[in-house]
Design a binder for this molecule. Structure first.
Ligand code: NDP
Length: 334
């Protein structure tokens, strides 16, 4: 038996290559459950793994793909049997373990969640790691008291994968959503997802020496980090929270100050979907079934095939991918 995969390799000179290969099943990593992958997605981290940047992949050859949905074909774990639909996100799959850019994946049963009733693999991956992370961030903001009555909620990196889903869920839950984007041409798209205000990226990336600014946001889902995170903290209302998800805008935060925490009781919540406990993951997925029905996702989906990935990797690192890039893996199996 064989499977088809995107294989990323690095030669002795450090040159990274990406090729679609047919491999024997014996090349799969050794674990409990083999899944016939139907769909995977493209995330910022996948861009790093496809291009070999950021030091995430230590062992080559490598199969990236940090999330996937499909059907169990073999299992030695009693929790899963052949035919069960499953989802995988996190656990460094696609970074330190062969991932979802392959028609077959072999993973530990502990890393899987059963697909919730009413969800298909395509629907699950249209949500994917980006959507799960958005939901975990919104749950963290709610745990810290956020309700639609508290005021406007900000989403940064809004036209990206995490941002698009966050805008959509928040507006569905009745929040007034402001969306920050560096791509003015995405304004209509973001308004279609439910954003009421579009804020140009420059407005929040210019360095500010002030320790506090006018109070604007009841809460923020931040996918950008960098200077934008510092500016957002300074603009957060008393007792409000910022869920920090990513650093697409860089790790350095030049004007960071503790003043918003001391004088306004602002909360900075770190969001880690990779090691998110199983119970919280299951709650997040079941909320996504009801709060992100497939028709709400459709405007943000672009579907691609396995051979498109070598070009898509560099594109997402340049912030050129809009919404959710869904990768149809089952088309490579037929
Ligand atoms: P995308 O590339 O899809 O989205 C990132 C968005 O950030 C871009 O679309 C762009 O939005 C904005 N952006 C990009 N570069 C810059 C820049 N230099 N300055 C300001 N804004 C910028 O990535 P994802 O949505 O997949 O991931 C976003 C971040 O979240 C990444 O850092 C990723 O690693 C992280 N992440 C973290 C997870 C966790 O568990 N904590 C899980 C998933 C992702 P626009 O064009 O609208 O300005």
């Amino acid at each position: 038996m064989s499977f088809t995969a995107l294989v990323v390799d690095k030669d002795e000179a450090g040159i990274v290559t990406q090729t679609i290969q047919t491999l024997d099943d014996s090349r799969l990593p050794d674990a409990d459950v083999i899944v016939d992958v139907a769909y995977s997605t493209l995330n910022y981290k996948d861009g790093l793994c496809i291009t070999g940047k950021g030091g995430l992949v230590r062992t080559f050859p490598h199969v990236p793909g940090i999330d996937f949905a499909g059907v169990v074909s073999q299992s030695s774990d009693s929790r899963y049997k052949a035919g069960d639909p499953v989802i995988l996100t996190g656990w460094r799959v696609g970074e330190a373990w062969w991932g979802g850019y392959a028609t077959k994946a072999c993973v530990k049963a502990d890393w899987l969640v059963p697909m919730p009733d009413g969800m298909t693999p395509q629907h699950a991956m249209a949500i994917g790691t980006a959507g799960l992370t958005s939901m975990i961030a919104i749950m963290a903001l709610e745990d810290h008291g956020l309700t639609p009555e508290n005021g406007e909620v900000l989403v940064t990196g809004a036209a990206g994968g995490v941002g698009s889903v966050a805008v959509s869920i928040l507006s569905h839950l009745g929040y007034e959503v402001a969306a920050v984007t560096g791509r003015p041409e995405t304004a209509d798209y973001l308004k279609g997802l439910g954003a009421s205000t579009i804020i140009p990226r420059d407005e929040l990336t210019e360095e500010s020496k002030r320790p506090l600014e006018s109070e604007r946001w009841a809460g923020t889902v931040d996918a950008v980090g960098g200077e934008m995170l510092s500016r957002v903290l300074k603009q957060t209302k008393s007792g409000g929270s910022v869920a920090a998800i990513g650093l697409a805008g860089g790790a350095a935060v030049p004007s960071f100050t503790v003043v918003p925490f001391l004088l306004r009781g602002v909360n900075l919540l770190g969001i880690d979907s990779v090691n998110c406990p199983y119970e919280r993951r299951v709650v997040a997925w079941s909320r996504l079934v009801s709060e992100m029905p497939f028709d709400r996702l459709e405007p943000m989906i672009e579907e691609h095939d396995l051979p498109d990935l070598p070009a898509l990797g560099p594109a997402i690192l340049k912030g050129q991918v809009k919404g959710r890039a869904l990768i149809n893996i089952k088309s490579a199996a037929s």
